[in-house]
Each structure stands twice: as structure tokens, then as C-alpha cells.
Design a protein around this ligand. Structure first.
Ligand code: NDP
Length: 415
């Protein structure tokens, strides 16, 4: 296959090459054309088309006393329903309260093979004012907005590494690009004025000085099911939370459940979900072992939940401004700042986690999932909307729910 200089081609040229070399047919081309947008070419390289993922809205959120409708982008069935259900469960205790810390992102200049780290630390410390000024001079507009480099920290790492950490208030932006350009200016200063070379300079995605904490307090009586008392459900949720603290295998799945909600909102608002993922999972290891990010305890007659997450997200920056879907998400959320966005994201994480734990320790996760799985299977084998309800009921009764069973159910229904 010859794809040399593919990136130099215009859109039509790239498409023609793919068509010729990969045998794309009319149907493929129609699909590509249908979802193509003009903006795609401005955002990524070798743009082909847009990949669509469903967007839904979760309801029942009461965050710091304000009702919220939450846009969520996800391909996973049951995520939006679970978030709405978890949020509804918190209403019995007045919803979710959120606190957001000061917004400081971190960039690091990493120096390697340092012969005398004590000498380097002392030299950097003496020049703190100049280092912070150099960073700020590289992006004066953020300083005008009240942000910029605020403080620095020096860490001696093993293997002769020294990390110069610079904490930057990026205001309404996630700040990756602005941090990186500020760091590059610092690198130049270190070389020219202090004769110190660095290995690399880039932001850290572990933004543990930009945190949001959501809490809720739910009367145990409101958790009562047909089979279990509310106190039993609450005790079991607290035990499940403890299990995620002591076992990384359980913690990984526990946190994946939280990220089901978090990523869906991060994506809906045009943010960088890889950054959110890496930051969150690194933060989950802050005690030296990978652990569950949330904490659930029974206190008096209440189930008390708490979730703290790093928030490397923005209200502006990246492709947010040019992405109309992200602008729509801001409108749906009725928010005007990154702080409000942080409040929503962490709340969705907490509600999503509550819904998952509640299902796991009471009826089991499969019941709700299988209903939606049946729907996906039936749609996949060509069921119409008119057939769905009846076919779903029938499919849920078969011992093994798979494509074969879905086809059989549909065939029987149509006969
Ligand atoms: P931008 O590079 O788009 O920078 C945001 C810009 O928004 C600022 O430079 C500023 O420009 C402008 N702005 C306008 N109003 C405000 C305000 N109130 N507060 C702050 N800025 C404002 O985006 P980011 O620097 O936020 O970087 C995010 C992007 O970087 C994402 O797309 C991410 O995927 C990507 N990225 C991520 C990396 C990582 O996570 N490791 C690494 C590299 C890139 P001005 O001051 O000139 O007006």
C-alpha cells in the first residue's frame, strides 16, 4: 500500500487514495460523506469523517441546590439511566454538595543525570522569582485575567532526576498549551542564565491542586427494597466501597464505573477525556496503591458518600469554542464557568458510582444491563421500534441471550 505523503493531499485526494487502495464502495463513501464536517479538517490531521456517539441527558441532579440537566456522550447502554437513578437516590438527602479547590494546574521541567542535586535545588530556589516571572512573561494574557504561574516546588527524584514543578492558574482553560509554552520559556531561561539543561518540559496530567469534591448524605430508609432493609443496603454499599480500598482489582472496576459518568460529561463538553482518565487514575494511586476514588460510610441513619477528582478540564480552549455540540452542552447545563462544570462532573461521578454499587449489592448489575442488552441485540438483528417491546420481553426469558436467540425471537414474533 502506498500512502507516502498522504497528509499532503487535500481531502478529495486522500479519499481517492483510500478508495483505490482499500476498495471502498459507494455505500462506504456515502457514509463518510454523510458525517463529514468542514471543521473536522481544522481540528485533526488526515481528517476523514466524524464518528458519532449517542448523546443523552441525565436528569434528577440537584447540585449545590440547583437542578441540572446533564448532557452525556456515551456508547454504553445503561450509563445515562444509572446516572439519573443515582442522582434520584441522592434527592432524599437534599442532592449533592460540591466544593472546588483553587484551580492550579502543574507543569514540570524535568532534569536528568543531575551530578549534584542539592546544588541544583539551591540554585533553583534562589531564582524562584525570576523563574515564575519568565513563565508569566511567556503568556501575559493569562496574567491579565488574574491567572498565571503562582508558585513552584522542587522534587528530588531517584536516579538523579530533579523535577521543577510550576503551578499555574489557567483560569477558564484546561491550560495544556499555555502551560507548555510557559515551561518552554523557563527551559530557555534555565539554559541561558543558569546553565542548566533539561530532559523535557511538559504539563503533568496529575492535577492534584485542582480538585473537586462531591458529597451526599442519604437517609438509609430511602434505600429500602422489596427484599432488603435500607440499613442492609447501606451497609453493603459501605462494604463495597471498602473492598475497592483494599483490592486494586475491585478498585479498577469501581473507578471504571465512576468514569462511565465522568467521561460522558467530559466528552459532551468538548474536553480531553484522556487527560481526565490519566489524571484520575494517577490520583487513585496517591496512597501508594491503586484504590477506589469514592468513599461510602454509614453514619448514624445516613449513607454518606464522598468523591474527590482532579479536574483537568476547561470551559474554553482546545476545540471547545469551535465545537457547537460543546456549546450546546454548556447551554443544557446552564453553566458559565469551569468551576460550575467541575461541580457537575464530580457529581455525575458520585451518582454513577452510587447507582452501580446499589445495583451490585442488591439485585446485581445484570438485571438492568440485560434489559438494555436485549434491546441492542434486537436492534442489531433488524427489529423495528414497533416490535421492540414485545421482542425484548421474550428475549429476556431465554436462558442464553445472544444474536442467535435474538434472531429466533424475532422470527417467532413475525410468524
Ligand atoms: P488553548 O491552547 O486553546 O488555550 C486556551 C486559550 O483560551 C488561552 O490561551 C487563552 O488565549 C484563551 N482564553 C480565553 N478566555 C480565557 C479565560 N477566561 N481563561 C483562560 N483562557 C482563556 O487550550 P489549553 O491551553 O486549555 O489546552 C487544552 C488543549 O490541549 C486540549 O485540546 C488538550 O487536548 C490539548 N493538550 C493536552 C495535553 C495533555 O493533556 N497532556 C498536551 C498537549 C495538548 P489568550 O490568552 O490568548 O486569549
Amino acid at each position: 500500500m502506498n500512502l507516502n505523503h498522504f497528509y499532503k493531499q487535500k481531502y478529495a485526494g486522500r479519499l481517492a487514495i483510500l478508495q483505490a487502495q482499500l476498495g471502498l464502495d459507494e455505500q462506504d463513501l456515502e457514509l463518510i460523506a454523510r458525517s463529514r464536517t468542514i471543521k473536522g479538517d481544522q481540528i485533526i490531521e488526515n481528517y476523514l469523517t466524524d464518528f458519532s456517539i449517542p448523546e443523552g441527558v441525565a436528569v434528577n441532579f440537584l447540585i449545590n441546590g440547583q437542578e441540572k440537566v446533564v448532557p452525556m456522550v456515551t456508547e454504553e447502554p445503561s450509563v445515562v439511566a444509572a446516572a439519573s437513578h443515582g442522582a434520584k437516590m441522592t434527592l432524599a438527602g437534599g442532592g449533592i454538595q460540591v466544593q472546588v479547590t483553587e484551580r492550579l494546574m502543574m507543569g514540570q521541567v524535568l532534569m536528568a543525570k543531575v551530578p549534584d542535586s542539592d546544588q541544583l535545588v539551591s540554585q533553583l530556589t534562589q531564582h524562584e522569582t525570576e523563574i515564575l516571572k519568565t513563565a508569566n512573561d511567556a503568556h501575559p494574557s493569562i496574567v491579565k485575567r488574574g491567572g498565571g504561574a503562582k508558585k513552584m516546588r522542587i522534587r528530588k527524584l531517584t536516579h538523579q532526576f530533579v523535577s521543577l514543578d510550576i503551578f499555574i492558574d489557567t483560569k477558564e482553560a484546561m491550560g495544556a498549551n499555555m502551560i507548555n509554552s510557559m515551561l518552554e520559556a523557563v527551559v530557555t531561561y534555565l539554559q541561558s542564565d543558569l546553565q542548566q539543561n533539561s530532559l523535557m518540559a511538559v504539563l503533568s496530567n496529575l492535577s492534584d491542586e485542582c480538585l473537586a469534591t462531591a458529597t451526599c448524605q442519604i437517609p438509609v430508609t430511602s434505600l429500602t427494597t422489596n427484599q432488603l432493609s435500607g440499613k442492609t443496603v447501606a451497609d453493603r454499599i459501605a462494604l463495597a466501597s471498602l473492598a475497592a480500598q483494599v483490592d486494586p482489582y475491585r478498585a479498577a472496576t469501581h473507578n471504571k464505573g465512576i468514569m462511565n459518568g465522568v467521561d460522558a460529561v467530559v466528552m459532551a463538553t468538548g474536553n480531553d477525556w484522556r487527560s481526565m482518565e490519566s489524571g484520575t487514575h494517577a490520583y487513585a494511586s496517591k496512597n501508594g496503591q491503586y484504590q477506589g476514588l469514592s468513599d461510602w460510610q454509614v453514619v448514624d441513619d445516613n449513607l454518606v458518600g464522598k468523591l474527590t477528582l482532579p479536574m483537568p478540564v476547561g470551559f474554553v480552549g482546545g476545540s471547545i469554542k469551535i465545537n457547537p455540540q460543546a456549546q450546546l452542552a454548556h447551554k443544557l447545563l446552564q453553566i458559565n464557568s469551569v468551576k460550575e462544570l467541575e461541580e457537575v462532573i464530580v457529581s455525575v461521578g458520585l451518582a454513577q458510582n452510587l447507582a452501580a454499587l446499589n445495583a451490585l449489592v442488591s439485585e446485581g448489575i445484570q438485571r438492568g444491563h440485560m434489559h438494555l442488552q436485549a434491546k441492542s441485540l434486537l436492534l442489531g438483528v433488524g427489529a423495528t421500534n414497533a416490535e421492540l417491546t414485545q421482542a425484548q420481553l421474550a428475549l429476556e426469558k431465554v436462558p442464553v441471550m445472544d444474536v442467535r436467540a435474538a434472531k429466533q425471537v424475532l422470527k417467532k414474533l413475525r410468524n
